[in-house]
Design a protein around this ligand. Structure first.
Ligand code: SF4
Length: 324
């Protein structure tokens, strides 16, 4: 039995192939020899699913990203937001900090090919309770901080769950005459939910970082950022303006170097940013992070630079048509 498992899970696999492994866990001691996110081989023995999950959580694994549904195998073992203790914010020397940081949720439901967040935190958002959130805000207020970065990779990954929390934040802010200014990160489908934008504005989110990535729709489809290409939701510019109309400043992340980009992207992108009135844009070259589907695709195609070439060109991605 062990031999059969090794045949499925061992050797050169970058991630444990849980789809097949799950046939075995719970019934047998499983020995895997996957590679970790840095390419090192790690050998471990697991007794059943619980043991495997514990190991994965301890080692920052997110289970096979090729099989997102299997993400949930380990999800139950991941730190559940509602069980986290209140951080000891009171220990901070507030005058050393420009802003405080807190997290309300983890996980994002989308499928962006380059993203390691969904690999690390999973695609099922887990959200803290209102009581936890308000207690954290209160502890920041008590030490005298006035700006809080809600560090969630996508605050609105679970819209249904975040709305009541936002309503409670609004009430808390209003009862104290708005002591805190908030900023966060969210996906662009925020622009498709009037109520959500209004709640965020009223909760005093003054800016939101959105992964727009590119105005090139072919590139968005290429990278599986389908939530940014929704014809019925309006153009990208219209959607950004809609968020701004709720008093929320939009910052954004942009990427150049997709297979569907050509040199015209260097004209199109600044034009888009100006038209969308984006006040701050973080622009980078496409980079394939180990563990992501992008990394796997490019590795299979022989399109990843070695370390030296990555340093020289500033990216580990070899452009389409340049593989030697
Ligand atoms: S929306 Fe953001 S967090 Fe979610 S998968 Fe895409 S890049 Fe990752």
């Amino acid at each position: 039995m062990q031999q059969a498992v090794e045949q499925w899970a061992g050797g050169g696999h970058r991630v444990i192939h849980v789809s097949r492994l799950s046939d075995w866990i719970g019934r047998a001691t499983v020995r895997c020899e996957p590679r970790d996110r840095y390419g090192r081989t790690v050998a471990s023995c697991f007794k059943g699913a619980e043991d495997l999950n514990r190991w994965m959580v301890a080692n920052g694994w997110a289970v096979a990203h090729r099989k997102y549904s299997l993400d949930y195998v380990a999800d139950e073992e991941r730190a559940h937001r509602a069980r986290l203790p209140l951080p000891r914010v009171d220990l901070l020397k507030a005058n050393h900090y420009m802003f405080g940081s807190m997290q309300i949720s983890r996980g994002c439901p989308f499928t962006c090919e380059f993203c390691d967040i969904i690999v690390t935190f999973g695609r099922r958002p887990r959200v803290k309770t209102s009581e936890q959130v308000l207690a954290e805000l209160e502890s920041f207020r008590r030490i005298g901080l006035k700006i809080i970065f809600v560090v969630d990779d996508n605050l609105i990954g679970n819209k249904k769950a975040i709305k009541p929390i936002l309503r409670d934040i609004i009430r808390w802010q209003q009862e104290r005459a708005y002591p805190l200014t908030l900023f966060t990160e969210a996906s662009l489908d925020l622009a498709e939910d009037e109520e959500l934008m209004e709640l965020m504005g009223l909760a005093n989110f003054q800016s939101v970082f959105i992964g727009i990535e590119t105005p090139n729709e072919d590139s968005l489809r290429e990278t599986k950022k389908f939530q940014n290409v929704r014809p019925n939701a309006g153009t990208l510019v219209e959607r950004v303006h809609r968020v701004q109309q709720h008093g929320i400043d939009v910052w954004c992340g942009m990427i150049v170097g997709f297979d569907h980009d050509d040199p015209s992207i260097f004209d199109v992108m600044p034009k888009f940013l100006a038209e969308a009135r984006v006040s701050a844009a973080l622009i980078g070259m496409l980079h394939a992070i180990p563990t992501t589907p992008l990394y796997d695709r490019l590795e299979k195609a022989g399109r990843l630079n070695d370390d030296e070439a990555s340093d020289r060109y500033g990216t580990n991605v070899i452009p389409l048509g340049h593989v030697t």
